[in-house]
Ligand binder design. Sequence first.
Ligand SMILES: Cc1cc2nc3c(=O)[nH]c(=O)nc-3n(C[C@H](O)[C@H](O)[C@H](O)COP(=O)(O)O)c2cc1C
Length: 187
Amino acid sequence: MHRAFLPDPLPEEQIERIAGVIRRAPSGGFSQGGSIVVVTDEAKRHEIARAFGDEHYSPHGRNYIADAPVHMVISANESLYHARYNEADKLAATGGVEVTWPVPYWFVDAGALMMLVLMAAIDEGLASAFIGHPDQKRIFDDLLGLPEDVVPIGLALIGKPGEAPPVGSRLKERQRAKDDLVHRDRW
Ligand SMILES: Cc1cc2nc3c(=O)[nH]c(=O)nc-3n(C[C@H](O)[C@H](O)[C@H](O)COP(=O)(O)O)c2cc1C
């Protein structure tokens, strides 16, 4: 996560290449429930920055949400998964009733899409970050007119890297040892 952006606009082709990774994103049953709203309009970016609050996002006087020239609001749509998993091929595999969901695949897939977007930006030589807000459904409904069943998982920020605080995260001293996180042969 990079936490400073130059406000320079990005070329339209570059924005399209980054957003275009959505067509390569994995999704349960190929439900394709992920979506992106790309926001480049300066006034709208400032409204989003205001709604998210200034306190965490202006570490050096500038608000890096407002600065980031491209915002991508990434959303999940649960209803598309229920529709897909009620199609004949899926029902044939689950005895005529909708699958028991081991976890909410719509959010798993939206998370994978988020990471694809962040990495596509990095592949373009840009910087990216991902942030959320407890009230983001209402915020993006109000500002971007999301349909009721489209649930934002958060906001990806993309742009040329500005001068950010020291390399690495401000939380890096809390990083857990790899052996606490990766288990071999059993937990
Ligand atoms: C699902 C998710 C939500 C996040 N939400 C926020 C957020 O709301 N605000 C923020 O400043 N950073 C947010 N982050 C960034 C994390 O704080 C960051 O990834 C973590 O501190 C590790 O830092 P690094 O990614 O720079 O290594 C989020 C990251 C993820 C994956």
